[in-house]
Ligand binder design. Structure first.
Ligand code: ZN
Length: 389
């Protein structure tokens, strides 16, 4: 409903018009102008109520023209243009506003700030970058300018500069360590895909020094060591990752089990899985442990183990495993029935998203370190629940 949205956008302007009413009402000489202004405002409101936002905008433009000297009115109008997607108009207006000779230094930096928002909205990133860098250099609006620059460098995937700005913002406001660590991880990931493992390792370690709770850095270090066939170190990093955040167990478990096997570290694997089971860490550990029991003891021991665990913690994946173990090699009609149950359970599993963003609820099918929907970092995790983990 565009009319209603426009109404909210115009509220500041309306309030300001009310202020004019009060101020101008006391001046006898401008009485005529005031009544023209308020009449214009109310006819604009009328258009709005009749859901004719374009006509309403025309009317409000007229108000703004009549009151073109006032900084706040122009600011509201520029904001309106930008929110309507008319970035060219917003840019012209803010440039004009900025070049007025009588502005205070605070008004000037507000105008610049607005202009920067216009550039961002119009996708003119290099212009926005230049502008925010200028703002930064004169020491004005520093946190806001830094935030915008971080957003720009993220979009350009210029992680080195993003780190530089995030460190400066952290010095001003604190709390920036997790973000800085994510940026280091981006750099480390790049190095790893290029096969520059030493550089990847030292960059991931920097991420970890910045934020000791950075799970991504731990996982990355594990993968780097695995790439280099240093399985003992890989195991250490993967285990540490799960210590920091057990929700990531299903993410690293296949690689971790691989590493145990390459090291023939059966006891270490069993101890680790048992530790996870005591802490009730999801289905992955239970399934892996049952496979281990099947290999080292017997199939019926594995079924007993699973049945026992499933009473405490029901899960679709667990039931599926019991069916697989119990009815392997089944023939005839029973095999058909078992096949049907298995297929239905698989379809139930497929419907559940594998991951979810704790900030916005977005459910991607793969792990993203930056949420594609709300753009926050490190907010997406494997999903717990009956069908998921
Ligand atoms: Zn999100």
């Amino acid at each position: 409903m565009p009319g209603l949205e426009l109404f909210w956008l115009l509220l500041p302007l309306a309030a300001y018009s009310g202020y004019l009413t009060g101020r101008r009402g006391s001046e006898r000489s401008s009485g005529a102008r005031f009544s023209e202004l308020s009449q214009t405002y109310f006819s604009g409101l009328n258009y709005l109520l009749n859901e004719q936002p374009d006509k309403a905008l025309e009317v409000f433009l007229k108000i703004a023209e009549m009151d073109s000297d006032t900084f706040e009115t122009q600011l509201a109008l520029g904001n309106l243009f930008r929110r309507r997607g008319e970035t060219d108009r917003a840019i012209r207006l803010h440039q004009d506003l900025y070049s007025r000779p009588k502005l205070s230094s605070e008004q000037r930096s507000i105008a610049l700030q607005e202009l920067g928002e216009d550039y961002m909205r119009a996708g003119l990133l290099d212009r926005a970058e230049a502008l925010y860098t200028d703002l930064l250099n004169v020491g004005s609006q520093e946190p806001a300018a830094l935030k915008h620059l971080i957003a720009i460098y993220q979009q350009e995937r210029d992680w080195t500069r993003a780190i530089e700005m995030a460190v400066r913002l952290d010095q001003l406001k604190g709390g920036g360590a997790p973000l800085i660590a994510q940026f280091y991880c981006e750099l480390a990931e790049q190095a790893r895909t290029q096969g520059a493992f030493d550089e990847a390792r030292s960059t991931a370690q920097r991420a970890l020094r910045t934020d000791s709770k950075c799970v991504r850095a731990r996982i990355l270090l594990g993968r780097i060591e695995r790439n280099l066939d240093r399985m003992d170190l890989a195991i250490e990093h993967f285990e540490a990752a799960v210590e920091v955040d057990p929700d990531f167990l299903p993410e690293v478990l296949p690689e971790l089990l691989d590493a145990y096997e390459a090291q023939s570290a059966c006891h270490q694997a069993r101890d680790f899985l048992d530790r996870m089971l005591v802490r009730d860490r999801g289905v992955s550990a239970m399934l892996a442990r049952s496979e281990m029991i099947e290999r080292t003891q017997s199939r019926s021991d594995a079924i007993t183990f699973l049945a026992d665990r499933l009473h405490q913690r029901p899960s679709v994946r667990g039931v599926l495993k019991v069916i697989d173990l119990s009815f392997a090699g089944e023939l005839g009609q029973r095999a058909e029935a078992v096949g049907l149950v298995r297929e239905l359970l698989h379809r139930l599993l497929d419907r559940k998203p594998g991951y979810r963003c704790s900030r916005c609820g977005f459910s991607p099918r793969a792990l993203h370190w930056q949420c594609p929907s709300c753009k926050s970092w490190g907010s997406i995790k494997p999903v717990p629940g009956v069908a998921g983990e």
